[in-house]
Design a protein around this ligand. Structure first.
Ligand code: FAD
Length: 590
């Protein structure tokens, strides 16, 4: 059976042909967008730093590195500006972007034990996925970061190293405002606590900051937004808008190249013989088809995300030799870990018809529940924290259930249990040597050998039904629509949960950081390490770092955006400190 999905309809072909605006373009929006976007320079194409991807992590780096006005920073972003685009800025409209021209919309390869129809949204717009996502904002648990430190060869990324960077984040992170808490969601929070004993927390993040995490809790989410107008406080809004050409604190050393696609890395001429490989710059193509190389005096930083960073490395000849040679591509550096270790937070769904849909909401998924459903220290997840998380959706989130023939009610509430510490590990590979073709995403959903992931979802559906029995929440419900009361045994629940499984859109880990070792032996030393945890440089390559979701060794228990932003804040500090040391030594940048 073929594992190759229909991957034509190339992402970057779209990038090169789509128009600037995604919605009906207002003239004000066009004016602001064109102010923000630079045409490729005809003369100087050299910058101190070239950042690939003006997304979540890229926005942080662009801001922090341009704080030094002596430093020039180019940001290459495949999508258009989000400035003035209400479809992007109005958080409540996030669903409209799924599958739109602002979405790279990556398919998964066939998943024999899961749902092969999952589409992985990755935003094609300034701010990246922070301009598309639901902006649910959790600081990482201490245990997640200490796991990186103790078990994944990342001694510099424990909780004491990274948590302080959470205090630097510029976004407006607040719990859902009272005027946006509707009665059904309020009653659901109470029902969760009654059914499970989980405490109701008014500010989930505060608990993480002060106590390092929690095992069980329920409450309204913390969200990066402006409660007054419902607008996003995305990485773009918080880190880029103020310093863009129209912004109040314009920085002339920031050079944004929008709707411009990085096609491959360029190396110094002698790199074929010299070790190690040394990056010179990035080959880019504008939406009008103009090609150029943007050179980096200091370095190139890849912030293209968990799918496109490994994809760009592979198209630049950095990756598993066997894969590259099989596709007829030159292997400049054999790095077996590029594209490996693909991880996600898979989820399933249980849906009830409700009497109505209350209007008050931030983005229709305003509250969540964390539970520990398997005994602490249960193999293969020895971590004591929550092993199950629920989002609720106060809309019929029915794509996957409708495909299985379930009805789609007009009003619905969905509980979506997800696996906080999924044991599945997949990979991203190239479909061909054609850079226009989308890569192959194989998450290996529910293929973990001990069946841990499906067990968590089965427990999740059982808990959801207990929650649904609590008053006054149960009075809002008309009937269980999917899977419906006839689905009862563990086998039936597992089969259903896997067939309608979805993603929380958290792919990560495909260029993982760790401790590289020439001998590749010992605890935490792994031949699949792509990024050196000391400095985030790509192992064996000069002038190249990675900073985005691809470097996470494992996903945090919680939604990962703040973790990625905090990693970027720390990366900015590392890069600036390095520059200072290099400058003092007056040596060549490496
Ligand atoms: C629908 C959705 C909902 C989500 N909800 C939440 C949530 O509520 N809370 C949470 O914590 N997380 C959420 N996430 C996940 C979170 O948003 C991502 O994990 C995170 O934003 C990824 O950040 P990143 O910097 O790695 O990549 P991105 O933010 O995706 O940035 C990558 C950028 O690089 C650009 N790019 C890629 N390739 C190239 C190239 N070759 N040339 C030029 N530009 C390129 C892209 O256009 C993009 O702007 C959600 C994600 C989605 C899609």
């Amino acid at each position: 059976m073929s594992t190759k999905p229909n991957t034509k309809e190339p992402a970057q072909a779209k990038a090169s042909t789509s128009s600037t605006s995604s919605t009906a373009p207002s003239s004000a929006r066009e004016r602001l967008s064109s102010l923000a976007s630079h045409l490729l320079p005809s003369g100087n194409t050299e910058f101190d730093y070239v950042i690939v991807g003006g997304g979540t992590a890229g926005a942080v780096l662009a801001n922090r590195l341009t704080e030094d006005r002596e430093v020039s920073v180019a940001v290459i972003e495949g999508g258009p500006s989000d400035v003035g685009d209400d479809r992007v800025l109005d958080l409540r409209r996030w669903l409209e972007m799924l599958g739109s021209e602002l979405d790279y919309d990556y398919p998964t390869v066939e998943q024999p034990r899961g749902n092969s129809h999952i589409r992985h949204s990755r935003a094609k717009v300034l701010g990246g996925c922070s301009s598309h996502n639901t902006l649910i904002s959790f600081r990482p648990f201490n245990e997640d970061l200490d796991d990186w430190k103790n078990n994944y060869g990342c001694p510099s990324w424990g909780s004491s190293n990274l948590q302080p960077f959470g205090d630097r984040l510029k976004m407006n992170i607040v719990p859902v405002a009272p005027q946006q808490r509707n009665q059904v969601a309020r009653d659901w929070v109470q029902a969760c606590s009654l059914a499970t004993g989980a405490p109701i927390l008014e500010d989930l993040n505060a608990q993480i900051v002060h106590r390092g995490g929690f095992q069980e809790a329920v409450g309204f989410f913390d969200i990066s937004y402006d409660p007054y107008n419902g607008h996003r406080s995305s990485a773009s809004v918080a880190y880029l808008h103020p310093i863009m050409p129209h912004g109040p604190h314009r920085r002339h050393n920031l050079h944004l190249f929008l709707e411009t696609w990085a096609t491959k890395l360029e190396y110094e001429a002698d790199a074929a013989t010299a070790e190690p490989l040394k990056v010179k710059g990035v080959r880019v193509r504008t939406k009008h088809g103009l090609e150029k190389t943007l050179s980096a005096r200091r370095e190139v930083i890849l912030c293209a995300g968990a799918v496109d960073t490994p994809r760009l490395l592979l198209h630049s000849g950095i990756g598993p030799r066997s894969q590259l040679e099989r596709l007829g591509m030159e292997c400049r550096l054999d790095v077996p870990g590029v594209g490996e270790n693909l991880t996600d937070h898979p989820e399933s769904i249980i849906m009830w018809e409700t009497r109505d849909t209350p209007p008050e909401t931030v983005m229709s998924s305003d509250a969540g529940l964390f539970l520990r459903v398997l005994p602490p220290n249960a193999e293969p997840n020895p971590h004591p924290g929550p092993d199950l998380m629920f989002h609720i959706y106060q809309i019929p989130f029915a794509d996957n259930t409708a495909r299985q023939g379930y009805e789609v009610p007009e009003h619905a509430i969905c509980m979506t249990p997800n696996i906080t510490r999924s044991q599945a590990r997949g990979r991203i590979t190239l479909a061909s040597n054609d850079p226009e073709e989308k890569p192959l995403l194989d998450f290996k959903y529910f293929e973990d050998p001990r069946g841990y992931d499906e067990r968590i979802l089965v427990e999740g559906i059982k808990w959801a039904r207990k929650i649904a029995q609590q008053s006054p929440f149960k009075e809002h419900l008309v009937k269980e629509v999917a899977p419906g009361p006839s689905c009862q045994t563990d086998e039936q629940l597992s089969a259903y949960a896997r067939s309608v499984a979805h993603t929380v859109y958290h792919p990560a880990g495909t260029c993982r950081m760790g401790t590289p070792s020439p001998s590749f032996g010992g605890k935490g030393r792994d031949p699949t390490v792509v990024v050196d945890q000391n400095d985030l440089k790509v192992v064996g390559v000069k002038k190249l770092r990675i900073c985005d979701a691809s470097l996470l060794p494992t996903l945090p228990t919680v939604n990962p955006m703040l973790t990625i932003l905090m990693v970027a804040e720390r990366a900015a500090e590392l890069i600036r400190n390095d520059a200072w040391v290099q400058g003092r030594r007056r040596t060549d940048w490496d």
